[in-house]
Design a protein around this ligand. Structure first.
Ligand code: PDD
Length: 282
């Protein structure tokens, strides 16, 4: 049975509906979170809830639930399928307002939607193959640090990449590499792990932060600094990180091999450390 949490109730997915005048639907006037669940346990829940709070503050929507209420909703949904890897999807819209107006109405009751979907862990074959990624101009808005549900530019970029046989994209803004369509970017350049600094042009990724913590713990030198196109093309390794895909090695960039065209030793080590971290969480 696949339940959806909708505004305080657990309902069958097919019965979970919001009005057509919901502002999330009409204007993408909403924010979201995606949180992994391993062995029935929610992973890094506190960090995701902190980011959710920051996003709600940024778009002036009151947080409809307390931290303990959120955790109990997550727990309830996570335990539906304790044996598979899941992700919890949370969306909070500004709410339903009968008049279609761009002007945000005075505080109205937000709509809260939470459900789980299965995530398929990276197969060993996929890990060996890695991703084929292309660079594309970043046509997204100027607040990519806010987890907005307006993902049209990301979707169109992935569609464009597919035409060229690529699996994903790396967005380039003013000659600087930023992130993937739904992931953060890290590279290894002369043994140094580098990721763009958190600013308004990238999402502050929870997985990225965990990777940097693991790097620190394991004496892997790292830096948060801009990655120019030359750095990207000279990198011996490129990784994309996200809550649903963990750390994925990129083996081809713009049809050229990255390093020797195989997932590299830094990725292997970090991937292993990440698996150990996951195991320890449940
Ligand atoms: N996306 N950058 C973008 C643009 C993202 O959409 C995501 C995550 C990330 C990685 O963040 P995190 O490590 O906190 O998942 C970076 C989620 C998984 C999604 O949209 O489904």
């Amino acid at each position: 049975m696949s339940l959806v949490y909708l505004n305080g109730d657990y309902v069958e997915r097919s019965c979970a509906t919001v009005p057509v005048t919901d502002r999330g639907l009409l204007f993408a006037d909403s924010t979201y979170e995606v949180i992994p669940v391993y062995g029935g346990e929610v992973f890094s829940a506190k960090q995701h809830l902190q980011r959710l709070q920051r996003n709600l503050d940024a778009i002036h929507i009151p947080n409809p639930l307390t931290e303990s209420e959120w955790l109990s909703v997550f727990k309830h949904l996570a335990q539906q399928e304790p044996d598979s890897e899941q992700s919890i999807y949370v969306q909070i819209t500004r709410g339903d307002y009968p008049q279609r107006t761009h002007q945000p109405p005075q505080p109205i009751k937000p709509n809260v939607i939470v459900f789980t979907t299965e995530i398929n862990p990276m197969s060993p074959a996929m890990a060996e193959q890695g991703l084929h990624v292309m660079t594309l101009a970043d046509k997204r808005w100027h607040r990519c640090d806010i987890k907005s549900t307006n993902l049209l530019a990301n979707i169109l970029a992935l569609d464009e990449a597919k035409k060229y046989g690529a699996d994903d994209v790396i967005f380039i803004r003013d000659g600087i590499a930023k992130e993937g369509a739904s992931s953060n970017l890290l590279i290894v350049l002369q043994g140094l792990l580098i990721t763009p600094p958190n600013d308004e042009t990238v999402l502050p990724g929870i997985t990225r932060d965990l990777v940097l913590k693991l790097a620190e713990k394991n004496d892997q030198p790292y830096a948060e600094k801009n990655i120019c196109l030359d750095d990207l093309h000279q990198a011996s390794e490129i990784w994309l990180t996200s809550s649903t895909r963990e750390i994925v090695p990129v083996t081809r960039l713009d049809s050229q091999p990255v390093g020797d065209g195989k997932p590299g030793p830094y990725w292997r080590r970090m991937h292993q450390q990440y698996q150990t971290l996951k195991q320890g969480s449940h």
